[in-house]
Every structure is written in C-alpha cells, then in structure tokens.
Design a protein around this ligand. Structure first.
Ligand code: URA
Ligand code: CA
Length: 438
C-alpha cells in the first residue's frame, strides 16, 4: 500500500477501505508517513468528506493507537459524558454525582481548558489538595467506591489524536464533521465506558454555530457509537450565552456545589439534569426521561448528589469541606462590579468574549503551557432578554492581578449588548439524537 495512492483516491472522491485508513493512522503515528502527506490526505478528506463507515473506521484506528481502558471490573453499566466545550459550562460536576446517586457508574477522563472554554480538570484542581492524575487502578477503585471519578487524561491514551489534531490545527482542517467526530469519539472509545452521552454546544460560544451543523455532527457521532456497539446519545444545547453565571475555575466549582445544594436553579441546572437523565436512560437505569428527571431531582433534594461529589473529592485527595463551606476555595484579592451604562434589554451576549475576559484575568490559557489562577474569573449577572436599568450590576470580576483588568473590563462591556427591542429568548435544548431507538 502506498500513501500517495490513498491520497489520490480520496482526492478523486472515493471512499477509503478499512485497511487504507488503518495504514494511514498507523503509519502517521509511527512517524513513517510524513506531515506533508498526512496534511494532503486531511485536506482531501476535508473536501471529499468521509462516509459513516469510513468515519467509524478512522475513529477505531485512532482509538487503537494507544491504551484502551478496561473498566470491566467495575459492576454495572459504565457511563461517559462529554461536552464539545462552552463557557460557564460546569455541567459535569453536577451531572456525574447526580447520575451516580441514581445508580450510574460514571467514569470520565477529562481534559484541561484551552482558549475561551474551561476544562473540568482545571476546575477540580482549584479544590485544595485534589490531584486528578490517577493511575488506572485507582480510577477504577474510586468509581467502584463512590459511583463516579473524573480524572485527567494519561499520555498513553489516543496518541494519534494528539498528532492529528496538532496537524489539523495548522493546516486548515479542523472544521470537518468526520475529523471532529472521530477525534472526540476516539477518546470516548479508548476511555472504556459502555454508554456515551454527549452535549453538543450550539451558538456563538461554540464550535458549531448553527443547529443544522450541530445536528450533522451529532448524527455522525451517534453513528460511530452505533457501529462501535456503544449506545450513544447526543443533546444539542444552547451556547448563545454562558450557561451558568460563573466563569473561572473555583467560581465554577462553587456554582456547581450551589446547584447540588439546591441554592441555584436556572439553565445550568436544567442542562445538567437533562444530560444526567439521558445518562440514566442510556444505561437502562430509568425508563424514559421524565422518570429519570424525577429521580435526579430527588437525589438533588435529599443531598445524595452533593454527598457523591464530596466523597469523590475526598478520594482524589481534595478537601471535602469545600462542599459545606465555599470560603475554603481559593478567593481572589478583590472584586470589581460592572454596571450597565444604559437602560434597555440584553439582546446579545458574546460568550467567546466573556470567556476571553476570564482568560485575561488569568482563569484560562492562551497556550498549552500557560499557568492559570484558580481564584479569578467573573460572574455574569444578567441573561438574554433581561430588562436592564442604567447603573444595574451586570458582571462581577474576581481579580488578583490588575495588569489586564482594564482590558478584561472592556471585553465584558463589549460582550454585552443592550438595546430597546425585546429579543426572543433562545431555546435551551434544541434536539436529542440517539444511536438506538427504544
Ligand atoms: N474536540 C476534539 O476533541 N476534537 C476536535 O477535533 C474538535 C473538538
Ligand atoms: Ca457568588
């Protein structure tokens, strides 16, 4: 087999065979196929597309490039949950403990944040003492003990994805449905869970700007799940504004805890419950979404969900008292309140801008090697469609270093648009797509 023949075949619009896809992924990972040929093939895929079978083959080949986690010693159906990335989206810290409280076994390998979106691992690391870098047998021990574990990705998982993503990033080949879905799903297949629940974000703060694009991606990932024999459910949810109020690591942990304590409701809670319900149904633990949501509400109200999170924090070495007293989380030296300069309605929030403001304050990374400050970030106090009065508080910045404060304030101001007409509020959950129909 020759890589130049494979490039030509795809360039001319033909589907590649399973063997050809394997040959490419193995050869590229081994360093036998050079970047220039891999780039040419990725660009050919970008133009000529891959069908569902090819995409599933590509996913499997990428997953098989490294270690495949074996969770078979954990009793019950193991569930994985993943979001394509949003702003103020701390659903995992709510969804996983609630699903665990209802009998789910949530085994999640998570990443760090880059750019305007946060990563669950960074959020967890803001908890004093907590170390998410667990060996596989400890991961399994924690899931068995408390029903959930969220740990950091080991370097042995999907090495081909890291290489391919790095190349896509610099060759204009990130935004292709087959390449995105195989990248995401390869990590899910390697992580070893039995069922997969995905949250595809849609809107100005997300990869997928339109519901149609999000649907296409969701359908492809469900198809990969079907072909790999892993039931996969996808919710398409709104990211045309930050999901919760808090953007920043310790701030987001605090907000998740407040939701689990029943102190905070709203869109973050609604999406978290919808995802957890999907997890229970996909795992066969509840019949139907309504029943699942009722069980999850009960687990929230009686404190079981919070207890699960608390236990996991303890088993990962963190201070479990943060669940009772958020003052034990890192706090910024000062807060700065931003006020509206005119009256009207909030007609637009630029979620990317809000994420970038938090990043400027030190909550996020511009490059992979940046260090982050767990205490800083901001709280957005208003939502799309809100009536705004001049002088009303709209955002609170949590600040340690003042060097980028001015720029962050400008970013937040530029991200909130107030005008006279009453806007239409966006839907929160656009669609539900499943790899198998009940
Ligand atoms: N997230 C991933 O993990 N991979 C992509 O290609 C895009 C988003
Ligand atoms: Ca607060």
């Amino acid at each position: 087999m020759l890589i130049q023949d494979i490039i030509l075949k795809k360039r001319n619009g033909h589907p590649l065979s399973t063997e050809e896809i394997d040959f490419f992924v193995k050869g590229y990972t081994a360093g036998v196929i050079p970047d220039y040929q891999a780039s040419a093939l990725l660009m050919a895929v970008w133009f000529a597309q891959m069908n569902e079978r090819e995409t599933a083959d590509l996913t499997r080949a990428i997953a098989d490039s490294g270690e495949i986690v074996d969770l078979s010693t954990i009793d019950g159906v193991k569930i994985d949950k993943h979001s394509t990335g949003g702003v103020a989206d701390t659903t995992t810290l709510i969804t996983a403990p609630l699903a665990a409280a209802c009998g789910g076994r949530v085994a999640k390998i998570s990443g760090r944040g880059l750019g305007h979106t946060g990563g669950t691992i960074d959020k967890l690391e803001s908890i004093p003492g907590l170390d998410p870098m667990l060996a596989m047998d400890d991961f399994i021990r924690v899931v068995s003990a408390c029903g959930l574990a969220i740990i950091s990705q080991s370097p042995n998982l999907v090495p081909a994805d890291k290489l391919l993503y790095g190349l896509r990033d610099v060759t204009g080949t990130v935004d292709n449905v087959s390449l995105i879905s195989s990248s995401i799903m390869s990590k899910k297949l390697a992580a070893g869970a039995d069922v997969i629940v995905l949250d595809v974000k849609c809107g100005n703060g997300a990869f997928m700007r339109s519901v149609d694009q999000a649907r296409t991606l969701a359908a492809m990932m469900a198809s990969i799940g079907r072909q790999a024999n892993k039931p996969t459910s996808v919710l398409i949810t709104d990211m045309s504004q930050p999901l919760g109020q808090a953007v920043g690591n310790a701030l987001e942990v605090e907000e998740a805890i407040q939701v689990l304590r029943g102190e905070v409701t709203g869109d973050l809670k609604r999406v978290a419950l919808a995802l957890a319900a999907e997890m229970l149904v996909a795992a066969g633990l509840s019949e139907g979404i309504d029943r699942a949501e009722a069980r999850l509400e009960a687990a929230l109200n009686n404190g079981d969900g919070l207890q699960r999170l608390q236990r996991m924090i303890e088993l990962l070495g963190g201070d479990p008292r943060v669940c009772d007293d958020s003052a034990l989380l890192p706090r910024a030296a000062e807060t700065v309140m931003l006020k509206a300069d005119r009256a009207g309605y909030l007609i637009d929030i630029d979620s990317v801008g809000i994420g970038q403001a938090a990043q400027l304050l030190g909550a996020g990374r511009a490059t992979k090697d940046d260090t982050i400050d767990p205490a800083v970030g901001l709280e957005v106090k208003v939502r799309l469609g809100d009536r705004i009065e001049a002088g009303m508080p709209v955002a609170e910045l949590h600040v340690n270093r003042r060097d980028h404060l001015e720029a962050a304030v400008e970013k937040v101001r530029g991200s909130l648009t107030v005008d006279d007409q009453i806007p239409r509020a966006p839907e929160l959950i656009y669609a539900r797509i499943r790899s198998r129909e009940e």
